[in-house]
Design a binder for this molecule. Structure first.
Ligand SMILES: *[C@@H]1O[C@H](CO)[C@@H](O)[C@H](O)[C@H]1NC(C)=O
Ligand SMILES: *[C@@H]1O[C@H](CO)[C@@H](O)[C@H](O)[C@H]1NC(C)=O
Length: 438
């Protein structure tokens, strides 16, 4: 009975959805589904449409039009083909998308860039992408020797080196100092309010570029507390008294902030000055590039959070690679907001926001994705090359709930009552976390 019922629903779904793909039929073997496990079908089955994007990142000869099966029509007004080709899931969305979800994609190329002598910085915060209330990001470039000046801010700062190497310094409220050279693929972290500096070494003649993530969506790199800005706005008499020196000692301090400025690269053997309080007990940098990745079918993952990078109390990362066709499994982060940075490759993500609301976005190298706490999502490699991205959580621990694991560890009768899937299908669900499938 169940078999014929299924057939009828599949057939009618095929008539409605003009492209019905037989290959996408579920694994279920109807003969093993007992009658007692049958739900009372009060709603129709979900569409059989696989809802693939209508063109991929590798299609160049496509005339993009917002037409999906019987829905949509050609554009008669102006078209921006490069943007349409990059965003098939917005231009001709999967029919599973529904309702209203605020924008969750920001290419750094849309950011205003602050050009300085010696480098530049561009940022994304809640003004650019209002959904990103919990985290903000900065992409910063320093020529060899250039300095992002000594400063502090109200948010914690997490850094990932994209190219070259960056010398970082900090001093804690207890007066312990720390200095390190952070290489490509490695991290740093400075707690809120703790003063620090960033300087490009000469290891790479071009200097360095790095990604910064902050644990507050309202963060702005244009309103940090700068050493030069502080001293330019205090009476000289106060500065002289503070250091117990004649005012003439400060004749040449800058009259306004420097922010980013050129300088001589640090000597390769430079060390932090002798500190009578000692050096910080825990390092403020982490050699993520040296860590062994978990090798999984379809990709790799490295996790750095406060369990292995102790000082990182508010930001955790999963550095992920996905081979073509592979996918970061369907999951959510129970209490953590997610800010993703795409290093290379092409991805699509659907954000499921409860109450039938879902929207799919496409991403490529240089893009940011933002996923609020608890939103269901996946990250699928849509290209022909390895997808490399950073899954950054506002958290002391990298933590997620896997849909696959949840269903595998729930009584099968309960799962069947919801989904009308077979015992074989349920037996295939994974009791261990997959992270990546494909
Ligand atoms: C973020 O910073 C703003 C001030 O810029 C502050 O009002 C707000 O409470 C902060 N949010 C969090 C979650 O810390
Ligand atoms: C990418 O892969 C698709 C699907 O396998 C294929 O049709 C396409 O030609 C490939 N493109 C490139 C540039 O390799």
């Amino acid at each position: 009975m169940n078999f014929s019922l299924n057939k009828i629903f599949v057939a009618s779904a095929c008539l409605l959805a003009l492209s019905c793909t037989v290959a996408s039929a579920p694994l279920s073997s109807p003969t093993t589904t007992s009658l007692s496990a049958l739900p009372s079908p009060t709603v129709p089955y979900a569409s059989e449409d696989p809802n693939m994007p209508l063109w991929g990142p590798d299609s160049s000869d496509v005339d993009p039009q917002p037409i999906r099966n019987s829905l949509g029509a050609t554009v008669l007004g102006p078209q921006n083909h490069p943007l349409e080709l990059e965003n098939p899931s917005l231009f001709a969305p999967p029919t599973t998308d529904h309702g209203d979800i605020p924008n969750a994609k920001w290419p750094f190329d849309f950011s205003h860039n602050r050009l300085q002598t010696g480098g530049w910085a561009r940022q994304q915060n809640v003004n650019d992408m209002p959904i990103s209330t919990e985290m903000a990001g900065v992409d910063m470039r320093l020529e060899a020797g250039a300095i992002r000046e000594l400063h502090w801010h109200t948010s914690a700062e997490w850094g990932y080196v994209l190219k070259g190497s960056t010398q970082v310094t900090t001093v804690t409220p207890d007066g312990q100092n720390y200095l390190a050279t952070v290489n490509k693929g490695d991290l740093w972290y400075f707690p809120a309010g703790q003063p620090h500096s960033l300087q490009a070494t000469a290891d790479d003649p071009a200097g360095t570029e790095f990604l910064l993530v902050f644990d507050n969506g309202t963060f702005s790199d244009d309103s940090t507390f700068l050493l030069t800005d502080l001293l330019a706005h205090l009476p000289k008499e106060v500065i002289a008294k503070n250091f117990q020196l004649p005012q003439s000692a400060f004749d040449r301090i800058p009259g306004q902030q420097l922010y980013i400025f050129p300088s001589v690269p640090p000597a390769s053997n430079v060390e932090a000055p002798y500190d009578p309080q000692g050096q910080t007990p825990d390092p403020y940098s982490f050699p993520l590039s040296q860590m062994n990745a978990m090798q999984l079918p379809g990709g790799t993952i490295k996790i750095a959070d406060s369990t292995n990078f102790k000082v990182a109390q508010t930001i955790a990362v999963g550095e992920i690679t996905l081979e073509p066709g592979a996918m970061r499994e369907i999951h959510w982060h129970p209490t953590q907001a997610e800010w993703d940075y795409f290093i290379e490759g092409n991805a699509r993500i659907t954000l499921f926001a409860a109450n039938s609301n879902a929207r799919t976005f496409d991403y490529q190298g240089g893009d940011i994705a933002y996923i609020p706490q608890s939103y269901g999502h996946y990250v699928e490699n849509m290209g022909n090359t390895t997808l490399h991205y950073l899954e950054i959580l506002k958290s002391d621990k990298f933590q997620d709930v896997s849909l696959n694991q949840w269903l595998a560890l729930t009584p099968p009768t309960l799962v069947k009552a919801h989904l009308d899937v077979s015992d074989e299908t349920i037996a295939h669900f994974s009791k261990t976390k997959q992270y990546i499938v494909g």
